[in-house]
Design a protein around this ligand. Structure first.
Ligand SMILES: N[C@@H](CCC(=O)N[C@@H](CS)C(=O)NCC(=O)O)C(=O)O
Length: 235
């Protein structure tokens, strides 16, 4: 069966967390919205009256199943493709970590759009600066310190047990995105969180992930995406 991933064409966004899992699992998938007419099909699926339409992308079509919410899609893929432990404790712990990464991503998004996603950044610059100060000074150190601590206390160098899970892939993507958005801040934070840098290098060096990152399937980070670089927000 070929999976169909639906996500806005042209950006990595939250779709990237799903792509990394599909690539690591080495399964057949179609990045559906990037195909001819795919954007329209995605909109139709969201508006249709069929079972379980998604409020927002990403969502995944797996045969007759239509699954939305990034963490939910990963829960499904993790179980099917060995990217999460089989035990209940391990599955829910991996899911919990993914939800924590989702919280972090939402805060990062709000750094450049603190008032409304529908307004231009230029129309909320002052609020963005004010909000991002707290992201840089309080929230990023707290989130990254948490993951660094988990990596330091685990025994396999992975977040969960001694095997890679989808949460590791997502943490990698979060760190890469933060390096793009806040290079100065991240230099300092990574100095304080050495496990995190090691973990990122380890995920990025995995054979399938490295092949994906070097392929044209991997879109670059841009300022139209979830992670945006505005030098004034990184001082
Ligand atoms: N909690 C959802 C968030 C989904 C989401 O916010 N998708 C964005 C793109 S990354 C979107 O298109 N949102 C449209 C909207 O919220 O109206 C997830 O993690 O998948």
């Amino acid at each position: 069966m070929r999976y169909e991933l639906y996500y806005w064409s042209g950006i990595q966004g939250r779709g990237e967390f799903v792509r990394l899992a599909l690539e690591e699992a080495s399964v057949d998938y179609l990045d559906a919205a990037r195909t001819e007419g795919g954007d329209m099909k995605m909109m139709r699926l969201m508006k249709s009256e069929r079972a379980h339409p998604s409020f927002a992308p990403p969502f995944l079509k797996a045969g007759s199943l239509l699954i939305g919410q990034t963490a939910n899609i990963l829960l499904f893929l993790g179980e099917r493709h060995g990217l999460a432990p089989k035990s209940n404790a391990g599955r829910f712990w991996t899911h919990q970590l993914q939800l924590t990464i989702a919280d972090l991503i939402a805060e990062v998004h709000d750094s450049h759009h603190p008032i409304a996603g529908s307004l231009y950044y230029e129309d909320q610059k002052a609020e963005a600066a004010r909000r991002t100060k707290y992201l840089r000074d309080e929230r990023l150190p707290k989130y990254l310190g948490y993951f660094d601590r988990l990596l330091a206390t685990g025994n396999g160098g992975w977040l969960v047990g001694n095997r890679v899970t989808y949460a590791d892939l997502s943490l990698f993507q979060a760190v890469e995105g933060l390096r793009f958005a806040f290079p100065k801040t991240m230099r300092e934070l990574e100095r304080r969180c050495p496990q995190l840098s090691r973990h990122s290098a380890r995920v990025g060096g995995r054979q399938r992930i490295a092949a994906y990152l070097g392929s044209d399937r991997r879109l670059p980070f841009t300022n139209e995406d979830l992670f945006r670089h505005r030098s004034e927000l990184d001082s």
